[in-house]
Design a protein around this ligand. Structure first.
Ligand SMILES: Cc1cc2nc3c(=O)[nH]c(=O)nc-3n(C[C@H](O)[C@H](O)[C@H](O)COP(=O)(O)OP(=O)(O)OC[C@H]3O[C@@H](n4cnc5c(N)ncnc54)[C@H](O)[C@@H]3O)c2cc1C
Length: 381
């Protein structure tokens, strides 16, 4: 492996966020050096459910979602790689009056933001959309047919391949162990074998973003939380459902290889870097799964895994500058990084090249945590 002694920009982390940024910088002619400790998409990206949605509770997340959806629609033309984007829709269902109140508020705000195809559904309409869903306790839901699922590996490698084609240097199995700020204000990025001088470092280290921030004395409020996914064996009668999210329990499911991919968060589990699978948790998840989708009773589980969410206090990403000039961040996506990476990379590349924050990134600044109360994202799974 040979690394250059100098680079215009060093990106730390080769998940979907870092690779999208490398590609969008390369489109501007800025050929970054991306350093990935293990393999591309080997972190949270490779363990994610592939969900792509625009239905959020904050305006800025809806906009970022719509922009990312558009970038995914043109992804194959741009990169030559099929991202596997299938617009199967996202359905949120609610069982509490508070869910319905939030759903109505969200739909109004989302439509005003330009998401025209999102609608509120009464329980009977939910039953028509998802035959077999248990609807006796449902009070309503929201549905957006242009949401969907895509392939995290294809999107990440598609960006990486296209970035390399435009001159970016991407190196796997290269961990950044320290970053020194030199007297002139430049950075010395230190790996196990090399030192690279650069004027710009971007922290795209996912759940490990905090550790990279610490190297230059920038505290980042990003905590790791374990999240599980299980995939069933093929079902006798495949369920052709949209990505379906039970808002009260956070149970979600989407079709996967003739069966379903199932996920749910555990609100009682604290922050940790553990990615060990808890099979006890599977029992808990299956109870909720079979309640909402009774056809799952008796379905076998083919495989399961766990990965890390990278959570901020308001469940929204941190994208932009820090108080250390030249040290930028794109992290803390709080479980939405795959679906937001396309537009996040495009806007951050514009910002780095212009050395100015575009309108779309103002709400994602790190500064928001030190000033006023932030508006939390509420459509969190
Ligand atoms: C179970 C699960 C389901 C999910 N489902 C969805 C979903 O449906 N939709 C969605 O949008 N999001 C989902 N997410 C969240 C999504 O996976 C993340 O938000 C996203 O992958 C973050 O991308 P990233 O590139 O920032 O992080 P990562 O993919 O974690 O990439 C960061 C990379 O940085 C590298 N790194 C760290 N430290 C260093 C260092 N010092 N030097 C060099 N490299 C370093 C790591 O090795 C890693 O590869 C899910 C997550 C999980 C765990």
């Amino acid at each position: 492996m040979s690394l250059p002694p100098r680079a215009t920009c060093v990106i730390v982390g080769g998940g979907v966020v870092g690779c999208s940024l490398a590609y969008h910088l390369a489109k501007h002619g800025l050929k970054a050096l991306l350093l990935e400790a293990h393999e591309l998409a080997g972190g949270s990206t490779g363990r994610c459910a592939g969900g792509v949605r625009q239905q959020f509770s904050t305006h800025q997340n809806v906009v970022l979602g719509m922009e990312s959806r558009n970038l995914l629609l043109q992804f194959a033309d741009e990169t030559g790689v099929d991202p596997g984007f299938r617009q199967i829709g996202y359905l949120f269902v609610g069982t509490q009056p508070s869910h319905i109140e939030l759903f109505h508020r969200n739909v109004a705000m989302q439509q005003a933001a330009g998401l025209r195809d999102v609608t509120f559904l009464e329980p009977d309409a939910i039953g028509e959309l998802v035959p077999g869903i248990r609807k006796e306790d449902l009070l309503g839901g929201t549905y957006c047919p242009s949401d969907g699922i895509a392939s995290p590996n294809e999107v990440t490698t598609g960006y990486a391949t296209a970035a390399r084609r435009l001159g970016a240097h991407i190196e796997e199995n290269t961990q950044v162990v320290d970053i020194e700020v030199t007297e002139s204000g430049a950075f010395r990025v230190i790996t196990g074998t090399h030192e690279i001088e650069t004027g710009i470092v971007v922290d795209c280290a996912g759940a490990h973003a905090g550790a990279v921030g610490q190297m230059v004395g920038v505290p980042l409020p990003v905590l790791p939380y374990r999240r599980h996914i299980f995939v069933t064996e093929p079902l006798a009668e495949p369920l052709r459902i949209p990505m379906t999210v039970d808002f009260g329990t956070s149970f979600y499911a989407h079709p996967e290889g003739g069966g379903l991919l199932l996920g749910m968060s555990d609100p009682d589990e604290g922050s940790s870097f553990s990615t060990e699978v808890s099979w006890d948790f599977l029992e808990h998840l299956v109870e909720h799964a079979v309640w909402r989708l009774p056809a799952l009773a008796g379905a076998g589980i083919k495989t399961g895994w766990a990965g890390l969410y990278e959570v901020t206090p308001d469940h929204q990403a941190i994208i932009g500058k820090t108080r250390v000039p030249g040290f930028w961040v794109s992290c803390g996506f709080s479980g939405h990084g795959f679906m937001q990476a396309p537009a996040a990379g495009a806007h951050l590349a514009d910002a780095i090249v212009a050395d100015a924050i575009p309108e779309q990134l103002v709400s994602f600044s790190l500064e928001r945590f030190s000033s006023e109360q932030t508006e939390p994202e509420l459509a969190v799974i």
